[in-house]
Each structure stands twice: as C-alpha cells, then as structure tokens.
Design a protein around this ligand. Structure first.
Ligand code: NAD
Ligand code: ZN
Length: 259
C-alpha cells in the first residue's frame, strides 16, 4: 500500500522542476535533535511560553540561555545531516527541488549541501548583542558565561525567532513567493501548528501546487490541504522516494516510458 503511494509520488516528483520543501523539527529527529511537540518533544518538559517567547527572554535571559545551551546547543554541535537532508540535496542536484524553507535553526540543510535555504525562524549559529548589534558565532561564546555577554557589556541573543517576534522580512516575502510559484510542495516533519509557517502549504495549494506531506503522524493539513501523506520517518521515506525517482528517470531515458 505505502509502496504504491511512494511510487505515485515519485512519479509526480520525477516530472516536476519547481519543487519547494517546507521542513520542521521532524526532519532533524534522525540526526538526534528532538522536536518540540509530540513524543520525546522538548515541550513535554519545558513550557514554551516560559522558554521560547521574547517576553521570557527579556525578563530572564539567563534562564532561557541555560535551557538553550543544555537542550539545543550540545545536540546541534554534534548533529550531522541524515538521509532526509541528503535526499533533499539529491533532489536539488537532479534539478527537481529549487528551495528549502525550514523552520529549523540547526543549519543541517546547509551542512548537507542545499544551496537555497530560507531560514524562516533564523538560526542558532549566530548571536547578536542586544545593545550594540555586534554579531558573533556560537563557537566564540565563552562557555561559562550565562547569559553570554558582548565586550560592550550587552547581552547576546540568538538569531532565532522567539514566539511573539516577527519573521525576518526577507524570509517571509521569499517564502511567500516560492510557495506561490512551485508545482509541488513537500511538507516534511512539521506539525503545521506554528504560524505563519503553516500557511505556506495553504498558499501553495491555492496557487495550484500539489502538497505532499512526510510525517510520522497526521497533521492539521492532512486530508484537506495535503493531497497525500507518506507516513513514516523522514529519512526512510526520502530514501525510498529517491530510489523510485531514479528508477523513473532511468525508465524514461532508456525506454521512453513515463512513470
Ligand atoms: P514540531 O516539534 O511542532 O513538530 C515536529 C513534527 O515532526 C511532528 O508533526 C512529528 O509528528 C514529526 N516527526 C517527528 N519525528 C519525525 C521523523 N523522524 N520523521 C518525520 N516526521 C517526524 O516542529 P515544527 O513544526 O518544526 O515547529 C516547532 C518549532 O520548533 C519550529 O519553529 C522550529 O523553529 C523549532 N525547533 C527547531 C528544531 C531544530 O532546529 N532542529 C528542533 C526543535 C524545535
Ligand atoms: Zn555589544
């Protein structure tokens, strides 16, 4: 059953040339970074409003930094791209995928080799002084100073988007543009609960694109915005898809058969 659907979706992808992927925390789970929601999610232990909102950060930056450093930095530092990230690179190399819009802050799509990655929620590799705007990377933060401070005495904040903050304007307008011009949107490992990211598949759908989800669970998009959901781990599903796409393209070039 699932293999039939994978073959069908591979056929759509093999003949597409303007695919956009929207990814969320689920794409990095097989790299050892837990998601926020769902089983094993960070929010089973921490209240998001107490740790992931701009109000919380401004009120007590040390408290938020402590959790960021213990829950995110150590994992991001040692994480490597998995088969899902690598599959998206393969799709770009063979001319099918144009852009990745990611809600993740871990930099793994770029590390894997995708060349057009829109970081919708910023990233955790860079930090900015809240007083003088000086930027620095994670590696140059003093490990024992919490919250990390700039030479001017100001406190560093990560270049991630906290709840209650605006999406960086270039990320927002470029995402809207690519979403409304793609022929297929792959929605991988996102619970589609965080706005305005979750609006991008709606925009793509309204502009005529097919929407394909890859997730271990159904989401609010399933069955009404998405045309199909491939249920399973992103890395495993993506590897199966790539094999089928390669079979399709080979069949097309040798015997002229369309998938
Ligand atoms: P989410 O945590 O709300 O949802 C994760 C989704 O991934 C769920 O739908 C879950 O069913 C699915 N999932 C879990 N394991 C999977 C797997 N192996 N394969 C496929 N799907 C899997 O994540 P979200 O929708 O991205 O929204 C939460 C916010 O949290 C994002 O804005 C993001 O910035 C941030 N976040 C980022 C990271 C990261 O950078 N890696 C990690 C945690 C949270
Ligand atoms: Zn400063």
């Amino acid at each position: 059953m699932m293999m039939d659907l994978i073959k069908k979706v591979a056929g759509y992808l093999a003949s597409a040339s303007d695919v956009v992927a929207l990814t969320g925390a689920g794409v990095s789970v097989e790299s050892g970074i837990p998601p926020f929601r769902g089983k094993g999610g960070v929010w089973e232990r921490f209240d998001p409003m107490e740790y992931a909102s701009i109000e919380a950060f401004e009120k007590d930056p040390a408290k938020v930094w402590r959790v960021l450093l213990s829950e995110l930095k150590s994992l991001v530092d040692k994480a490597e791209p998995n088969s899902a990230h690598k599959g998206l690179v393969k799709l770009e190399k063979i001319g099918i995928l144009k852009t990745v819009i990611t809600q993740n802050v871990d930099g793994l799509h770029q590390k894997a080799g995708n060349t057009d990655v829109i970081e919708f929620h910023g990233n955790f590799a860079w930090h900015r002084c809240m007083k003088c705007d000086h930027r620095t990377d994670t590696q140059s933060l003093a490990p024992d100073q919490i919250p990390p401070k700039c030479h001017c005495g100001g406190i560093f904040r990560p270049e991630c988007v906290f709840f209650g903050e605006m999406i960086p304007s270039e990320a927002m307008w470029r995402s809207r543009h690519v979403a409304s011009h793609c022929d297929i949107m792959l929605v991988v490992g996102t619970s589609a609960n965080v706005q305005p990211a979750a609006y991008m598949p709606v925009l793509a759908k309204n502009s005529g694109a097919k929407i394909i989800e890859i997730n271990t669970e159904i989401t609010p998009l399933t069955g009404h915005i998405s045309d199909h959901i491939l249920l399973g781990k992103a890395g495993e599903i993506m590897s199966l898809l790539i094999t089928e796409i390669e079979n399709c393209r080979q069949a097309e070039s040798t015997i002229g058969r369309q998938c």
